[in-house]
Design a protein around this ligand. Structure first.
Ligand SMILES: Cc1cc2nc3c(=O)[nH]c(=O)nc-3n(C[C@H](O)[C@H](O)[C@H](O)COP(=O)(O)OP(=O)(O)OC[C@H]3O[C@@H](n4cnc5c(N)ncnc54)[C@H](O)[C@@H]3O)c2cc1C
Length: 651
């Protein structure tokens, strides 16, 4: 047994699994230590991956050579592309996954990485030594008395650090239901100067499908059901047979796709009776009686918060989501609660479809420690403690995808650092992952941070459809994305560009048939022949409905390899329709990027720069931005302060 590693990852959640896979994938000898190997990448809350902005992150993880997308695909029981009725900048893929298979798949992936070892134990402290007056982590100690030396340690302990669960008035220490909390690590880091704070989150009850009256619930299928897609989108059925087949997945790798049978979700609604039960018992909610003090995720409010905040609404939607391909367990999305279980049960029974509801387990809330992410640099290493990287919920974020993205980057950067190479830092115009990390280290957090498309200023550059073209070259350069993935991306790009070029050449000739068809699609008839690329720019038209009226286009689309047809057609359509916007945003991003190249000296004494505002001096000294670009995004540093810094640097 080996006790000395390049990289030790503490915690096998979404962040830890990606970190370990990335570090070992880059050749660093890596050990992943986690409290329970049977719960690797456990989905603590809903059994779903992706969604708005999060789906883009999963595609970015995949493009860089991370694993979350592949595992979500192989364990998916439902796929949906959200926001399809809006512009492509905000289209977001989402899957329901089988919770247990997700864990099994992760284990299979990790056990097949040669440079990676797994170990089940609780890390209780870091081995810290002083080097040049600075604390430096040299390894970890475990509860069972093991000591592992490491050149880099990545901490990804999630909601476990001093975790305290709330089931109504019952408070139980733990990191997740039936799992012990992690003690000791945050106290040690606090002593080393790391700012340690508290947050909270919560989860709803899980219930037995056999106790749900599905005849009183509304069924919701995934996009991968032809009839569902056809009902929702004009020409949907045609699109599925021509374009969308095998298009329901996260990963850009060919031959990866859903292996499990699809299952439906269901929608039910709360009603005034439900709200009355909840209202009558608000004083027993830890959120409202002072038992919980810390701040929770604003956009995943508990049911009690919803009825207080939106007191005028007498109904809220609840999604009943299956937890797997075969299980009877259902998750009640929208009913997160820390009320006593008796109240949760009584309230749910007032929903007609749930009048006989049986709990597998009640909902609960959890409070946990996190660390101020402004004490990290962009490579996710600590500014205060040498060799220490942090990723996931411990940095104040919430969500599996946010955690996995940070884990991937921390794992990559720990391995690159071991090799003596430059860190990988993604720009805000390159990836949502770049936006996420820059927001964390520059602005910090005062509530659990989750990604939204609105956080990205260059949304149209960060689309889900071209994450592979944006990031696979980077993943390939550092050695994480293999040649096969890179070649597949190059082939896709060639096919996309060839299709765009073909559309630029193809002349749609004026004719009675064409004009009648165009009019039936709600768009003006042709008065002269027109290039197909120009015609496609009309909002009413797309490849699907045009392929139905232009046999040559249909034939051209059918020539594209079936496996990639959907992706290629979608990517070409977006570039043709939105090329102008994309170019304009690219120019703005390039202009802003210039400030990212203006570096600020490491030891700059901001307090001596009296022409800066007091607030700017304090904030700049605390965050110590690496570049003028980063400084310009710190809240409280004004454009006038930035101009002063630029003048000072020029002088
Ligand atoms: C009750 C609950 C409700 C949630 N609700 C939501 C929600 O509504 N929306 C949302 O977006 N997110 C929610 N989350 C958060 C979501 O689960 C996390 O964002 C995500 O799992 C974070 O991933 P992570 O890898 O950072 O940590 P985790 O998934 O928490 O994984 C941490 C891992 O580290 C291990 N570990 C911890 N300490 C040690 C140690 N000292 N030694 C060894 N191993 C250790 C643990 O066993 C675990 O495997 C919820 C979490 C919980 C617990």
């Amino acid at each position: 047994m080996k006790f000395d590693y390049d990289v030790v990852v503490v915690g096998g959640g979404h962040a830890g699994c990606e970190a370990a896979a990335a570090a070992a994938g880059l050749g660093a000898s890596t050990l992943l230590i986690t409290a329970d190997l049977n719960r690797l990448a456990q989905m603590s809350c809903n059994p779903a991956v992706g969604g708005i902005a999060k789906g883009q992150i999963v595609r970015e993880i995949d493009a860089l050579g991370g694993r979350m997308g592949i595992i979500a695909d192989t364990t998916a029981i439902q796929f949906r592309m959200l926001n399809r009725s809006k512009g492509p900048a905000v289209w977001s893929p989402r899957v329901q996954s089988d919770r247990t298979r997700f864990i099994d798949e992760w284990r299979k992936v990790l056990e097949n990485i040669p440079a990676l070892r797994l170990f089940q134990d609780m890390v209780v402290s870091f081995i810290v030594e002083e080097e040049e007056g600075r604390p430096v982590v040299k390894g970890v100690r475990t509860a069972l008395g093991f000591e592992f030396r490491a050149r880099k340690v990545v901490l990804t302990a999630g909601t476990f650090l001093n975790g305290l669960m709330h089931f109504g008035p019952r408070q139980i220490p733990g990191g997740r239901i039936s799992e012990p909390a992690s003690k000791g690590l945050s106290d040690q880091l606090k002593e080393l100067g790391i700012n340690t704070l508290r947050m909270k989150t919560g989860t709803p009850a899980r219930i037995d499908a056999r106790s749900i009256d599905f005849s009183l619930a509304e069924r919701q299928d995934g996009d991968d059901r032809v009839e569902a897609f056809a009902a929702e989108f004009p020409g949907g059925e045609e699109r599925v047979t021509l374009i969308e087949r095998d298009f329901h997945k996260f990963s850009f790798l060919p031959n990866i796709g859903r292996r499990l049978n699809p299952r439906s979700c269901y929608i039910v609604h709360t009603n005034p009776e439900v709200h009355k039960v909840l209202n009558d018992n608000l004083d027993s909610s830890p959120l409202y009686n002072g038992q919980i003090q810390s701040i929770g995720p604003r956009y995943c409010p508990s049911i009690e918060t919803k009825i207080v905040t939106f007191a005028d609404k007498d109904s809220h939607q609840l999604f009943l989501e299956p937890e797997g391909e075969t299980t009877s367990e259902f998750y009640i999305n929208g009913f997160s609660s820390s009320l006593p279980w008796e109240v949760q049960l009584e309230a749910l029974k007032k929903v007609p479809a749930l009048r006989d509801v049986h709990f597998y387990r009640p909902g609960y809330a959890i409070e946990y420690d996190y660390f101020d992410p402004t004490q990290l640099t962009h490579d996710l290493s600590s500014k205060l403690v040498g060799n220490l990287y942090m990723a996931g919920q411990v940095n104040g974020t919430t969500g599996y995808e946010e955690a996995a993205a940070q884990g991937l980057m921390a794992g990559i950067n720990a391995a690159l650092s071991v090799k003596g190479e430059e860190p990988l830092i993604l720009g805000r115009d390159e990836a949502y992952i770049g936006v996420l990390i820059d927001d964390l280290v520059t602005k910090g957090v005062d509530e659990p941070y989750r990604m939204f498309t609105s956080r990205a200023e260059y949304r149209i550059l960060l689309r889900q459809d071209d994450a592979d073209m944006r990031l696979t070259p980077i993943g390939h350069r550092i050695g994480l994305a293999d040649d096969a993935r890179y070649d597949a991306m190059l082939r896709k790009r060639e096919e996309r560009d060839a299709l765009i070029e073909w559309c630029g050449r193809f002349l749609v000739k004026i004719g009675d048939d064409i004009n009648a068809s165009l009019e039936s699609l709600g768009t003006a008839p042709l008065t002269a022949s027109l290039r197909l690329a120009e015609l496609l720019k009309r909002p009413q038209l797309n490849f699907t409905n045009l392929a139905a009226i232009l046999p040559k286009l249909r034939k051209r689309i059918q020539e594209i390899e079936e496996e990639r047809r959907g992706e290629i057609v979608e990517a070409a359509e977006i570039l043709i329709k939105y090329g102008g916007y994309i170019e304009r945003e690219r120019e703005q991003a390039d202009k802003a990027r210039r400030l990212e190249y203006v570096r600020l000296p490491d030891g700059l004494d901001y307090h001596s720069l009296h022409s800066l505002s007091t607030e700017a001096r304090q904030k700049l000294d605390r965050i110590r931005p690496a570049t003028i670009g980063q400084a310009s995004r710190i809240p409280g540093v004004s454009p006038a302060d930035i101009n002063i810094l630029l003048v000072l640097l020029r002088n």
